[in-house]
Design a protein around this ligand. Sequence first.
Ligand SMILES: NC(=O)c1ccc[n+]([C@@H]2O[C@H](COP(=O)([O-])OP(=O)(O)OC[C@H]3O[C@@H](n4cnc5c(N)ncnc54)[C@H](OP(=O)(O)O)[C@@H]3O)[C@@H](O)[C@H]2O)c1
Length: 267
Amino acid sequence: MYSHTSPFTSFHNLVGGAIGGAVARAFAREGAKVFLAGRTLTKLDAIASEISAAGGVAEIAQVDALDERAVEEHADAVVAKAGSIDIALNAIGIYHVQGTPISELSLEDYALPITVYTQTNFITAKAAARHMARKSSGVILTLSTPVSQMPGPGYMGHSVACAGVEAFSRHLAGELAPNGIRVICLRSHMIPEAEAMGSHTRNVFRSVAELNGVTNEELMAGAAAGTLLKRLPTLANVADTAVFMASEQAGAMTGTVANLTSGFILD
Ligand SMILES: NC(=O)c1ccc[n+]([C@@H]2O[C@H](COP(=O)([O-])OP(=O)(O)OC[C@H]3O[C@@H](n4cnc5c(N)ncnc54)[C@H](OP(=O)(O)O)[C@@H]3O)[C@@H](O)[C@H]2O)c1
């Protein structure tokens, strides 16, 4: 989660992965005080050090984003320090099975991404919204992927998970609008930089690539070729869109999906 007072005060960011780190750095550049929370302190520390070296302010805390009580306590701690949570992002990512046809897919492998992504977004949004509602303002950001809209073999659990996060985000927007809270889902296509930085997507994409007899690089080149713009998004595209969506310039937007698929999915 992020807390900030420039245009932004505080940003509460659940996790320091590739996207979480890029978005945290972007909000820190905008003057937000950044609170990075995740399971692995070394990852969070690396991002916080970069933010501090660039003149920003960042704090880290060890929090499991599936532990409801720990997330609630961390949100309370952020508000005790920063006075508010202005923006919250849940950027967790987990390895899950892709590329396995339904005939060979276990119930556990199917259910894992659905359970994890829908539950963690519920937990972190609930914790942030409680504080945002008191100030009658705030922005909750969620993450999705094109498989929310993409029928095809091998994406069964993740597709339902992403469609679920998008539905959750729309519903949350309706539920929280009376409290002055906006909700925006960022749906990005594959990000080659994230994969190169060690994102969990490297292993997820590898299983799909192997199934198709190509390398990860060839898989991503094929994905880029399948977009209208013939390119995949960058981390900066996602981070800059997050900053815009959280700003007053996007003040009339809620309950929508920012479609960062380079024209692969047309809404
Ligand atoms: N990268 C892409 O191409 C892409 C494109 C579109 C959407 N997305 C979505 O964006 C999200 C993040 O992707 P990413 O590429 O940034 O992934 P990433 O680099 O692998 O980062 C994910 C982070 O989540 C942390 N994490 C996992 N479970 C956690 C938990 N229970 N509590 C706290 N932290 C937890 C992981 O750290 P630990 O395991 O050390 O805790 C890791 O640092 C995912 O939901 C993904 O589907 C990614």
